[in-house]
Design a protein around this ligand. Structure first.
Ligand SMILES: [Zn+2]
Length: 241
């Protein structure tokens, strides 16, 4: 019954719509900014090297990786991996994305609290995003199929929901990490003279659109949690058993 549930789509609609809109804005802002060469002439990789050294962060490698917008900072390997367009690109889009990822490396080096918390939560959030819905479904199926007594079934469902709540908390903690990386990126690019104040407006559009995708993901997770809780009420309260 949880599979094609119209209520699920209805509750999630705002999150899905915002996610689609954010995705569209990222690709359009990125492709627009990709066509504008930075006046400083720096490439994404050069900008990242410079920003890391200004921040006093050594021991962080920078390497090219495959894929479109696959840029990320890997805190376990201490490596910044930049997509081909960003690594070699000399556009405002390339500088913005490279600086944002450098921002994550700087957060890591400075033990920025939300990032530390985020990294601690990675294993449980990764497990939760894979397993939570399965545990919840199993709980419902076994309860409605009368395999489990309602009390035990409820316990299984709420265990799954609790696990999913950890995913939601992870997404919420991730928001300040992302906003801060973009804020650092824009300030550092201008201070280093890699981007002028008017070029910063273009960089801002790309990074704000990217931040919106994280807001959409968080909203979708919160709405999913609300849906699970609403459906869990079908299992009844304690007085029923
Ligand atoms: Zn980021």
């Amino acid at each position: 019954m949880l599979f094609f549930d119209p209520l699920y789509l209805l509750i999630l609609a705002p999150g899905i719509l915002l996610a689609l809109w954010a995705q569209w804005r990222v690709s359009s802002a990125f492709s627009q900014a990709s066509r504008i060469p930075a006046r400083s002439g720096a490439s994404g990789a050069e900008a990242a090297v410079h920003l890391l050294s200004v921040a006093g962060v050594d021991r962080v490698g920078i390497e090219p990786t495959h894929g479109y917008l696959s840029d990320h900072y890997d805190p376990s390997d201490k490596v910044l991996r930049l997509s081909p367009d960003v690594y070699r690109g000399r556009s405002l889009a390339a500088l913005g994305v490279a600086a944002h990822e450098a921002g994550h490396a700087i957060q890591d080096a400075q033990r920025y609290a939300p990032l530390v918390l985020r990294n601690i939560m990675v294993p449980v959030a990764a497990f939760g995003s894979q397993a939570a819905w399965l545990i919840i479904m199993l709980g419902f199926a076994l309860t409605f199929g009368r395999v489990l007594p309602p009390d035990i079934g409820r316990w299984v469902v709420y265990t799954g929901i609790g696990l999913f709540a950890a995913v939601v908390v992870f997404q919420v903690v991730n928001l300040p990490v992302e906003f801060d990386a973009s804020r650092r990126a824009r300030i550092a690019l201008q201070e280093a003279g890699l981007v002028t104040p008017d070029e910063d407006q273009v960089v801002g559009k790309v990074l704000n659109a990217a931040a919106l995708t994280y807001v959409a993901a968080t909203l979708t997770a919160i709405l999913t949690l609300a849906y699970y809780l609403l459906r869990a009420t079908a299992l009844g309260g304690r007085d029923e058993s």
